[in-house]
Design a protein around this ligand. Structure first.
Ligand code: HEC
Length: 121
């Protein structure tokens, strides 16, 4: 709650994260090598080419109740639930992401803040 209040106001408010500056490099480094358009273990979601377009407002395989990313609401974004290990609670399935090597809490929060801020390109 303190973090949320701090994010919501104040002169030292951090800039809203963007895909280009923040999330794209993170996904490239931590997700794209598995999520490729080949016969790998992660066939549902392609993140090596046009990852932004494949995530924002796109339906998922595991969770029929929400897309990967709903701009403005991390809790209606399955991508957030997968990195936050709340995928089952959200109505989905499988393991949390990245498979076998969870993100730091600060990177999970970065993804949440990016989505809440409108999933800016
Ligand atoms: C080591 C390989 C690997 C890495 C790294 C990885 N994933 Fe996955 N991902 C998988 C596999 C395998 C599945 C399918 C099984 C499951 O969901 O547990 C999957 C499934 C998913 C799904 C569900 C797809 C659907 O349509 O329902 C999402 C969302 C997802 N991953 C996001 C990510 C994100 C975001 C990252 C990076 C932060 C990431 N993954 C990193 C292997 C990986």
């Amino acid at each position: 709650m303190i973090v949320l209040a701090w994010l919501a106001c104040g002169p030292n408010e951090p800039p809203v994260p963007t895909w280009e500056a923040d999330i794209g490099p993170l996904v490239e480094a931590r997700c794209a090598h598995c999520h490729v358009d080949e016969d790998t273990g992660a066939p549902y979601l392609e993140l090596d080419e046009e990852p932004y377009d494949n995530l924002v407002d796109q339906p998922t395989v595991e969770n029929p109740t929400m897309p990967y990313v709903t701009p403005g609401d991390r809790y209606l974004s399955y991508m957030y639930h997968k990195v936050n290990a709340t995928q089952t609670l959200s109505g989905g399935s499988g393991t949390s992401m990245p498979f076998g090597s969870p993100l730091d809490e600060s990177d999970v929060e970065l993804i949440g803040a990016w989505i809440d801020g409108g999933a800016l390109p």
